[in-house]
Ligand binder design. Structure first.
Ligand code: DC
Length: 220
């Protein structure tokens, strides 16, 4: 039986994962955060100090996998759960760089396809609607202005020691957007048949409720 696949693409910090988690819980689908896969590869490359030319052959030994525990995605490198370790600014930057390498994208392509073939999924990333799941029943391009995204991130980090300034966060977001949109392989762009969903003026609950309604309407 054909599974239901919903693709959500968009820039870093637009709220994709928080919104997609809520929507998938509501619809009873698995939520797949593909950024975590790219981050795990970046961790593997960083920890093992692998040079760019050695990446294609080293990937054969990478052993990246996903598990869904109580509906929540965990990422593994071998038998090590690295879901926490991949959430650092260093790994964010490393993932932005290494995700532009064609061998890395090719390595993760089948992992993503297989999950979508076997499950009803909401899959979020940068090239899900354009490359990974071009036949997804619903495609969403979820975005918010860079300033609003920086503002949200700043508020999240404010309580933590060593919080970067608003300007540093904004610069980081603009730099990552630029990397993601201008790389040669699978750049971030809205698929022709994707619906633009801008969350700049909406909170999490409102975004999730509106998106759930929109997906239900498209699937009806
Ligand atoms: O969504 P995120 O910030 O966790 O993603 C980490 C990096 O991985 C980001 O720089 C873009 C890249 N990425 C990608 O190239 N393709 C995807 N499908 C998901 C993420």
């Amino acid at each position: 039986m054909k599974t239901i696949n919903i693709a959500i693409d968009g820039p870093a910090g637009a709220g994709k994962s928080s919104i997609a988690k809520k929507v998938s819980a509501e619809l009873g689908y698995i939520y797949v955060d593909t950024g975590a896969l790219y981050r795990t590869i970046a961790l593997f490359i960083t920890e093992n100090d692998i040079s760019d030319e050695d990446i294609p052959s080293a990937l054969e030994t990478a052993d990246v996998s996903l598990k869904f525990i109580d509906g929540e995605q965990r990422v593994y490198l071998g038998d090590r759960d690295v879901s926490g370790l991949i959430r650092t600014p260093e790994i964010s930057m490393a993932a932005s760089r290494t995700s532009a390498i064609p061998a890395v994208r090719a390595y993760l392509f089948e992992t993503q396809k297989k999950i979508a073939r076997e499950n009803n999924v909401i899959m979020d990333g940068r090239d899900i609607g354009t490359v990974v799941l071009p036949d997804a029943q619903v495609k969403i391009f979820l975005t918010a202005s860079p300033e609003e995204r920086a503002n949200r991130r700043y508020k999240e980090l404010l309580e933590k020691p060593g919080c970067p300034s608003y300007q540093e966060i904004l610069d980081d977001i603009i730099k990552r957007d630029h990397n993601d949109m201008h790389r040669e392989t699978a750049p971030l762009k809205q698929a022709d048949d994707a619906i633009l969903f801008d969350t700049s003026a909406m909170g999490l609950e409102e975004s999730a409720a509106k998106l759930t309604a929109l997906i239900r309407e498209k699937l009806a």
